[in-house]
Ligand binder design. Sequence first.
Ligand SMILES: [Zn+2]
Length: 103
Amino acid sequence: MKTDQKKLRKLGRQRCTACRKIKPLGKFYKNSSNLGGRQTECIFCARQRRLARRKQHRIYCRAWEKRNRDRRNRARRLWRRKYAREVNALRRAYRAAKAQETH
Ligand SMILES: [Zn+2]
């Protein structure tokens, strides 16, 4: 196993720990804290995992917001109150720019 890895490394290749495919080093993200200086899973697998994780997280967040509706609404109200001035300034600027566009 170890020698296999070394041989692959000499050829500028590495085996992905997720899909088990042997791919060129360019298909792995750099990671200087890893022994080989590369991520152990290929870019494709890393992306898949990231997308799956994001999807899971979105589902989790929706559920959390449903469970904590009052808390979320309170937080939103506070935020709006805190940044009302900034938001209004941005809106004014946006409207002014829009108005100029049409003239
Ligand atoms: Zn892979």
